[in-house]
Design a protein around this ligand. Structure first.
Ligand code: HEC
Ligand code: HEC
Ligand code: HEC
Ligand code: HEC
Ligand code: HEC
Length: 176
């Protein structure tokens, strides 16, 4: 019994380690392995093919710290009619009819002690794709850059002497 338990624990921790390893490699190589999302939404279809603007859905990115992930009602503006018979769109409609938000898996993430502000970067002309990668080519969104301090600093250093939008290296501009 004890031995079976010990074996189970070893197998479990090996499995966890494998997942962690695969994920870290995936992030580093920037390959197309994003998380499994509750609905197969594709940026490639909506941005790359249909030419939709990022701000149509992420309507906070130019005017607030947070970019926002759109509510299902915004999607239904088109999908009440468009592709209404497709399984993934029917799943979407299900959330809408039940009045539930789609439980999207959050991908980009900073620790609590870091401050970040979309509006400031937008105003300074930093493109979404500089930080988030070639989103218009992604069927499944995956984190493209590390979002580590060294990565932030690398750009802030380059833009230290920008005449109009100087970036800061001050610890307190990014940390609470
Ligand atoms: C300077 C880098 C940078 C730029 C430019 C940038 N983002 Fe972000 N974005 C981030 C970081 C970092 C996070 C994670 C924030 C957090 O966890 O607090 C994030 C998070 C997000 C999220 C998740 C929801 C949220 O607001 O936390 C969305 C959606 C998003 N960005 C969309 C956009 C869009 C659209 C643009 C262009 C208009 C854009 N971003 C420009 C770095 C950037
Ligand atoms: C401006 C109209 C419009 C909006 C808004 C819109 N879509 Fe779409 N969507 C389309 C069109 C058109 C297609 C077909 C694209 C193609 O030809 O590949 C599509 C395709 C899809 C598909 C694939 C359907 C299939 O054929 O299997 C899914 C899933 C989807 N959208 C989800 C969403 C979600 C989630 C949102 C909100 C975040 C959204 N859409 C917002 C127009 C829209
Ligand atoms: C039709 C609406 C729509 C458009 C247009 C759109 N997005 Fe999104 N975006 C979503 C949805 C829905 C999600 C959550 C599901 C996912 O991650 O794929 C998302 C997720 C994201 C995320 C990850 C959020 C997180 O959890 O960290 C980023 C970054 C992002 N989008 C950037 C962009 C950029 C940049 C553009 C323009 C090039 C864009 N999006 C255009 C609907 C949209
Ligand atoms: C590609 C370049 C680039 C990257 C990457 C980048 N930034 Fe910035 N950031 C800027 C620029 C340019 C400004 C200056 C905007 C201004 O002067 O208004 C800025 C301003 C800021 C501000 C406002 C500073 C203040 O004085 O209030 C914060 C906070 C910030 N960045 C945090 C971050 C964090 C955290 C990251 C990494 C997750 C990051 N930035 C990544 C270019 C970048
Ligand atoms: C441009 C934004 C930015 C500036 C400026 C900045 N940091 Fe950070 N820092 C971050 C981000 C983003 C993280 C979280 C990601 C990570 O751990 O790399 C972080 C993480 C940290 C951590 C936690 C590391 C860990 O392993 O958990 C410490 C400590 C830290 N910063 C100290 C500093 C000090 C001291 C300064 C000033 C000399 C500074 N930071 C300036 C963005 C910044």
């Amino acid at each position: 019994m004890k031995r079976a338990l010990a074996t189970a624990i070893v197998i479990l921790s090996l499995a966890t380690a494998t997942v962690a390893f695969t994920q870290s490699v995936g992030t580093r190589l920037g390959d197309a392995r994003g998380p499994q999302q509750p609905v197969l939404y594709s940026h490639k279809a909506h941005v790359g093919k249909l030419g939709m603007n990022c701000l149509y859905c992420h309507y906070g990115a130019d005017k607030s710290p947070v970019a926002n992930v759109p509510a299902v009602s915004l999607c239904m503006g088109c999908h009440k009619i468009s592709r209404a018979d497709k399984p993934e769109v029917m799943k979407l409609a299900g959330y809408y009819e039940r009045g539930e938000p789609v439980p999207w898996v959050k991908v980009n993430w900073l620790p609590e002690h870091v401050k970040f502000n979309h509006k400031r970067h937008f105003a300074a002309g930093v493109q979404c794709t500089e930080c988030h990668g070639p989103v218009q080519e992604m069927d499944v969104y995956y984190q493209y850059n590390s979002l580590k301090m060294g990565w932030c600093i690398e750009c802030h250093r380059r833009k230290l002497d920008d005449p109009k939008f100087p970036a800061s290296m001050d610890c307190l501009s990014c940390h609470h």
